[in-house]
Design a protein around this ligand. Structure first.
Ligand code: ZN
Length: 184
């Protein structure tokens, strides 16, 4: 915080510590700084963001704010967290309708994989076989596109790292999956 108060890392981590201690208001306050100054990083804490708002009885506000960020900076992590929050609040069918609309605005194979999983869970008559076929077809490609990538050495990882395990440099990962990086 002292070295670089506007850097997303201390803000995101401080919010995670506060959330773990049950101080949801402090978590939101710290993450609000990220939302304001480096919104594309908010996706890294998308589930925590929604949980903190929900814990304070402000779930709708959390969803609305994260959706605004997602519209400007589409991310599979925000999309997945929002789809889950909407399914819990509005039901599976409404969440599928929301996800279809969100994917029209920002097409993504990783998003499509998530949408298919949501559809499979609904077990709609006449749709199931087609959904399962599409899931099988895109599975391997989606896995390939879901990695985080070090901007210095190219090390690919399933999880996000602040310090690259390949080259040991700090802050070389963008808060984006390879699909989003290739597109951008
Ligand atoms: Zn690296």
């Amino acid at each position: 915080m002292q070295a670089d108060p506007a850097h997303p890392r201390p803000r995101l981590l401080r919010g995670e510590v506060a959330a773990a201690e049950g101080d949801h208001a402090a978590a939101i306050e710290s993450w609000r700084g990220v939302e304001r100054d480096s919104p594309e990083w908010l996706a890294l804490v998308a589930p925590g963001w929604l949980a903190a708002f929900a814990a304070l009885g402000r779930g709708d506000e959390g969803i609305e704010a994260l959706e605004a960020v997602h519209r400007a900076h589409p991310s599979i992590d925000a999309f997945t967290a929002l789809a889950a929050a909407r399914a819990e609040r509005d039901g599976g069918a409404a969440a599928v309708a929301w996800a279809e609309q969100a994917l029209q605005a920002a097409p993504s194979l990783l998003g499509l994989e998530k949408l298919l999983a949501m559809k499979a869970a609904l077990r709609r008559d006449g749709e199931q076989a087609e959904v399962e076929l599409a899931q099988r077809l895109i599975q391997a490609q989606a896995r390939r596109l879901s990695r985080y990538v070090c901007g210095h050495c190219g090390f690919k990882a399933r999880q996000f790292y602040w310090q690259c395990p390949g080259c040991n440099r700090w802050d070389t990962y963008a808060p984006k999956r390879s699909e989003e990086l290739e597109r951008g």
